[in-house]
Each structure stands twice: as structure tokens, then as C-alpha cells.
Design a protein. Structure first.
Length: 146
């Protein structure tokens, strides 16, 4: 009987610990969801202003190199209602350069949306850069005369 008195409280403590961890997990999940919703709202309302200081000096230098490479590799520019679509040759090096460019551009210009389309075979690669009307004006200055 004494063993039962000792074991029963230990089982209760263990069970309350499990219930507590589920509660902590639910709270953590709720906080994660709330953080994602806040970030989504912030991105939607992100001001159309580049933050070049979001990149280190080394990253800015690499970003400039990639931007130059990208401009030289553009085969076609199409205006979209909310931005521009850029066509590139089907080349693995272009894919890697564009992905790296996007990774930097997202840091300094979070108001842009990026869509990289890579089809099978030798189909061209398309990069779509879109955003609100103010963002499109920035893109227009960059790509309209290309």
C-alpha cells in the first residue's frame, strides 16, 4: 500500500507533465501562427523603399555583380499588370545567379514578389518581378528600356 501511495503521485506528476507539454506545444504553435500572420501583414504593407543597409558591403558588391550579369543575360522583357517578366536562356548558371540575386534582393527590397519559372527541356527561364503600383514604377525604371 505504501508503494501505491508513492507511485500514484509520480504517475500524476508525469501525466501533468505530458498535459503541460501539450499545452506548451499548443501555445508555441499559436505564437508561431501569430508571428507568421504579423509578418505577412508587414510584408503586405511594406513601404516601397529599398534598404541597402540590409546587405553587408560584401553582399552589396556581389548583388551588383549579379545584377549586371542578369541585365546582360536578359533575352526579353514583358510588361505585366503588376511588374515585369524577364526571359533568359535555359542555362544552369543563369538559374543559380538568379536564385542568388533574388536572395539578396528580398533582403533589401521586401516589397517585391519573385517568381522563377524553370520549365523542362530547353525551355526559357522566366523571372517575374511584381509588386504594388509603386514597386512597378521602380521596376519600370530598371527594365522598361531593356
Amino acid at each position: 500500500m505504501k508503494v501505491m501511495n508513492i507511485v500514484f503521485p509520480i504517475v500524476l506528476i508525469a501525466l501533468s507533465g505530458i498535459a503541460g507539454s501539450e499545452s506548451v506545444a499548443a501555445t508555441t504553435h499559436g505564437a508561431t501562427q501569430q508571428r507568421k500572420e504579423i509578418q505577412s501583414r508587414q510584408k503586405e504593407s511594406a513601404p516601397v523603399a529599398c534598404t541597402i543597409n540590409a546587405l553587408t558591403a560584401k553582399q552589396r558588391q556581389r548583388h551588383a555583380e549579379l545584377r549586371k550579369q542578369m541585365h546582360q543575360a536578359i533575352k526579353e522583357v514583358k510588361e505585366l499588370p503588376d511588374g515585369y517578366a524577364l526571359r533568359f536562356a535555359a542555362d544552369a548558371k543563369i538559374v543559380l545567379s538568379l536564385a542568388e540575386f533574388i536572395s539578396f534582393e528580398r533582403l533589401c527590397c521586401p516589397f517585391f514578389n519573385f517568381q522563377l519559372e524553370i520549365a523542362s527541356d530547353e525551355q526559357p527561364i522566366w523571372l517575374r518581378l511584381t509588386g504594388d503600383p509603386e514597386a512597378k514604377e521602380i521596376l519600370k525604371a530598371e527594365f522598361a528600356n531593356q
